[in-house]
Each structure stands twice: as structure tokens, then as C-alpha cells.
Design a protein around this ligand. Structure first.
Ligand code: NAD
Length: 506
């Protein structure tokens, strides 16, 4: 694109055709490394949703009747294309999101694993049978697709989160409408192109763009059967309540405030590295990012010292290789938007006002173009402070100091969220107590980011998840299928003694 060219309009995919939407409102897509606008997302409403859902509904009968082995083969071809275009896809994530190339590659690998998981769908769709459940009666239970499924995704994983959803949904025999984040829609478009190239029939996968109105239209559309949502807790709750009150099944993953417990016997050097990777990876914009370190006993001082040293040495800068020749060596890239950077930075003042101390101020270490903010460490926080209670979603790690593991566990009980929690220790007993009792759904023992891989469910608790069946793993397969039980009796015809077939014993 030349310097004067207007940013491209992000197209929608409807019934196999790429269409340029007309819309009354638009969202700019930025390159966070440079601060430049690189595309414009149309914020479409009901009409675009009607068209996309109609296309998905039209494609449904044939796709549901397509043998599952053939549906799975599309995933094999899609996976091969993702591998072939791996660097291009990773660079696109970095360009529209700002995470480093290493982080973009890691995200993509997680997405590829979802495609690999889905390629095994024939085995996962096998049913159950119990012969002679009563005299002469056989019972079987088989899985059917649910219908038109919708995915509504956040900005922070433009590739991985859509891939949590549609590969599973469509190999289960459903058709799909994806509404990617209006802030990072370009990766979804590229995935749509690759799916088409992989031979997915028209209308099985569709994309609409928009924000609140578009989501509202999707959640209330009579032909939508199931909705998968990932995003912030307030929106997850709205989507869950609107979708379920309109008769749809909904899985809605929300925000988080993840606690990292550091016992006095933990290896501090290793722990600091893991904590920094957890809190500052993707510039803190992960639902599994560590955001409250709870130092038990003597762990506090060496931990804060180590974190400050580590943070000071981190290289913060533009992550886009087109914007910087240094991009591959960057430790932390920019945040998604300037207003988000300001919001995250404001928590440092809020923390000071609430009585905490800022041991490392990220505002001082980030200079240059783009929405950069360095790593921060806030020490001596208390559970009642906003910096502890609210999801900041940026590179700010708070450190709370407690005397015992019991006090650390109590902080988890006070937390409204419940995504991830981690303990660093050499004590098997402390780890066991923590694993059993901490109030969160994904637990790490000496693992900084305990995000489950494709084969396991992503088990957020409390206000980090609304619904019953989680995303990923076989829970995902259950979510995208409904079961049918058939009881069969084939009685021997009463006049069978006169039938030559029966007499001859054939
Ligand atoms: P967001 O809630 O602002 O947006 C998510 C989606 O909802 C987007 O597609 C957006 O267009 C739509 N949306 C936004 N406001 C809406 C409204 N008022 N009504 C209807 N739809 C609306 O989230 P985000 O800022 O894009 O992403 C960051 C959030 O996502 C964080 O809270 C993070 O913790 C969460 N997240 C959670 C998980 C998880 O698995 N639990 C994973 C990734 C991100």
C-alpha cells in the first residue's frame, strides 16, 4: 500500500464469495508497531448477519450429510496450507496485533494443533451401542451436528481463538459464521482463504465483521443453534444471557486475573523467568497472563528484585519486521491501541493512590513509534486494591506479600475470576494442596502459563466462563454435537416357520 492509498476495506465471506460490505460505521485496524492504520473493518449489522446465516443454513444439509472422513480430509489439506503459509500467517498476526514473531508463531502452533485434533473427528464421532438392553432390543447413541454455529472472538489471539472453534464445529458437520474482533480481522480473512483453497464447500464457513450490533443480531438469529464466545467478562455474560434466552447453546469464555504463588523454597532465578514470561508475554494481553504474584514469606524481596532486574533488561520495541530490522530480537511488542496503553498505564497511578509502590515503571522504558509500554512491577498490593481486583490486560505485574500458603489460597477465594493459577515450589505437599484447593480451573505447578493444549478443555471457572461445556478437547466436540438414542427391536416374524428363508437356516 502506498503512503497515500486509502486503507483496504476488510471483506466478508458469505456463501463462498468475498464481499465488500457497506456499513454506517467503521473501525480502523492499526499496525500497533507503527501506529498507522492498515485497514478498515466495516461494522455491519443485521442485514449482513442475515446473509451470512442464510448462506450457512443453505450449506448445512449437504455438509452434514458429507461423510465425516471427507470432512476431516479438508482439515488435513487446511493444515498443510497453514504449514506452507506459516511465516506469512505469523507475520500477519504480528502486523495487526503487535505481539512478537515468536509469540505469533506460538499462537499459530496452538491453532495448528486444533486443526490436527479436528482431523481425528471420525474416531471422536463414533457412537455407543448396547445390544440386548432388553430382550431383543438394541440401544445405540450417535452424535449429530447441531446446525449453524457462530464464533465471536477477541483481538488478542486473531488466529488461535477462531481455530479453537471452527475446525471442531465444521468437522462435526455444522456450518459456521465467524465474527472476528474488529480490531484484528485480517488473520481470520486469510484463514478463510486457505479453507476455500483446502476445498471446503461454499457456505460452510462464513465471516461477518462488526461489533455490538452484529453480535446482538447473531445472538438472537432464529437459525443460529450454538454460539462460542471468547472475550471480556461483561460481554461474555451478555452473550451468554442473550444467546441462551433465545434458545441457543452458548459457551462464553471471559476475562481473568491469574494468581502466581511463590513459596519460599522456590528456585528464584527460574521463577523470575517464568513469571516474567507469564506476565509480560504478548505484552500481558493474554487471558492466561499472570497478573498477581503472591510471594509467601521470605520469597518477597528476592522475587521483586529479580523481576525489576529482568524487566529493566527486557527489549521493548516494534515487533513488525517491516517496521524494524530488530523485530526478531524484541522481547515485548506494543499494546493493541493507544487508548489501551493509556488505560493500562493509568493503573500505575491508581496503585500508588491505593497505597502500593511501583518498583518498576514501564512508562519510562518505552520510547519510539507504536503503542509501546514497558514492563511494570507494583509491590505491596492488597486484595482490596483495584490493581488486584480488575483485569488490566497489559504488562503490569502486582506483587502481594503473605505469610502462609493458606493466605495465598484465600486470595484465590476472593477473586471473582478463575482461569489460571500457578504455584512455584519444591514441595510436593504444598503443590498438592494448591492443586486441590485453589479456586481456578487451570493449574500450573512450576509452569508459568498452564494453558491446556487442543486435546484438553480450556476450563475457566467462576466469572471466567459462562456455560457448561468448555472450548477445546472432547467437551468441544460435545458442544458442537447433539446425541440421538435409538432403540431397535427386529422381532422374528410370527409366521416365520412357513418362510423358506427361516426354514433353510440362511
Ligand atoms: P471484548 O469483550 O471487548 O470483545 C470480544 C468480542 O466481543 C469482539 O468480537 C467484539 O466485537 C465483541 N464485543 C465487544 N463489545 C461488545 C458488546 N458490548 N456487545 C456485544 N459484543 C461486543 O474483548 P477483547 O478486548 O477483544 O479481548 C480481550 C478480553 O478477552 C480479555 O478480557 C481477555 O481476558 C479475554 N480473553 C479470554 C480468553 C479465555 O479463554 N477466557 C481468551 C482470550 C481472551
Amino acid at each position: 500500500m502506498s503512503a497515500t492509498a486509502a486503507p483496504a476495506v476488510v471483506p466478508m465471506l458469505v456463501g463462498g464469495r468475498w464481499v465488500e460490505a457497506t456499513a454506517d460505521a467503521w473501525e480502523d485496524v492499526y499496525n500497533p508497531s507503527t501506529g498507522q492504520v492498515i485497514a478498515r473493518t466495516p461494522l455491519a449489522g443485521k442485514e449482513a448477519v442475515d446473509n451470512a446465516v442464510a448462506a450457512a443454513a443453505k450449506a448445512l444439509p449437504d455438509w452434514a450429510d458429507t461423510p465425516v472422513v471427507e470432512r476431516a480430509r479438508v482439515m488435513f489439506r487446511f493444515r498443510a496450507l497453514m504449514e506452507e503459509h506459516f511465516e506469512e500467517l505469523a507475520t500477519l498476526v504480528t502486523r495487526e496485533h503487535g505481539k512478537t514473531l515468536a509469540e505469533a508463531r506460538a499462537e499459530l502452533n496452538r491453532g495448528v494443533e486444533m486443526v490436527e485434533f479436528s482431523a481425528g473427528m471420525p474416531a471422536m464421532l463414533m457412537g455407543q451401542i448396547l445390544p440386548d438392553i432388553a430382550s431383543g432390543v438394541d440401544a445405540e447413541c450417535v452424535k449429530h451436528p447441531v446446525g449453524v454455529c457462530v464464533g465471536i472472538t477477541p483481538y488478542n489471539f486473531p488466529n488461535m481463538v477462531p481455530l479453537w472453534m471452527f475446525p471442531v464445529a465444521i468437522t462435526c458437520g455444522n456450518t459456521f459464521v465467524l465474527k472476528p474482533s474488529e480490531k484484528t480481522p485480517l488473520s481470520a480473512v486469510r484463514l478463510g482463504e486457505l479453507l476455500t483453497e483446502a476445498g471446503l464447500p461454499d457456505g460452510v464457513f462464513n465471516i461477518v465483521h462488526g461489533a455490538r450490533d452484529c453480535v446482538e443480531a447473531l445472538c438472537t438469529h432464529p437459525k443460529v443453534a450454538a454460539i462460542s464466545f471468547v472475550g471480556s467478562t461483561p460481554v461474555a455474560k451478555i452473550v451468554y444471557e442473550t444467546g441462551t434466552s433465545h434458545g441457543k447453546r452458548v459457551q462464553a469464555a471471559g476475562g481473568a486475573k491469574n494468581h502466581l504463588i511463590i513459596m519460599p523454597d522456590a528456585d528464584i532465578d527460574q521463577t523470575v523467568k517464568q513469571l516474567a514470561a507469564s506476565a509480560y508475554g504478548c505484552a500481558g494481553q493474554r487471558c492466561m497472563a499472570g497478573s498477581v504474584a503472591v510471594a509467601v514469606g521470605a520469597a518477597g524481596d528476592p522475587l521483586v528484585e529479580g523481576l525489576v532486574d529482568f524487566g529493566k533488561a527486557m527489549k521493548v520495541g516494534p515487533s513488525d519486521p517491516a517496521a524494524s530490522s530488530d523485530a526478531e530480537s524484541i522481547g515485548m511488542g506494543p499494546l493493541i491501541r493507544d487508548d489501551h496503553r493509556k488505560r493500562v498505564a493509568s493503573y500505575l497511578d491508581i496503585a500508588i493512590d491505593d497505597g502500593a509502590t511501583v518498583a518498576l515503571d514501564g512508562r519510562q522504558s518505552a520510547t519510539g513509534d507504536g503503542f509501546l509500554l514497558g514492563p511494570s512491577v507494583v509491590d505491596h498490593v492488597a486484595p482490596t486494591m483495584r490493581v488486584v481486583k480488575e483485569e488490566i490486560f497489559g504488562p503490569v505485574l502486582s506483587v502481594s506479600r503473605v505469610g502462609t500458603l493458606e493466605e495465598a489460597l484465600a486470595q484465590g477465594d476472593d477473586c471473582e475470576y478463575g482461569n489460571g493459577a500457578v504455584i512455584f515450589t519444591q514441595s510436593g505437599h504444598a503443590a498438592r494442596e494448591f492443586k486441590r484447593r485453589f479456586n481456578a480451573g487451570m493449574i500450573g505447578v512450576n509452569v508459568g502459563v498452564p494453558a491446556p493444549m487442543a486435546w484438553f478443555p480450556f476450563t475457566g471457572w467462576n466469572r471466567s466462563f459462562f456455560g457448561d461445556l468448555h472450548i477445546q478437547g472432547t467437551e468441544g466436540v460435545q458442544f458442537y454435537t447433539r446425541q440421538k438414542v435409538t432403540l431397535t427391536r427386529w422381532p422374528k416374524p410370527s409366521d416365520s416357520h412357513d418362510d423358506p428363508v427361516w426354514r433353510s437356516g440362511r
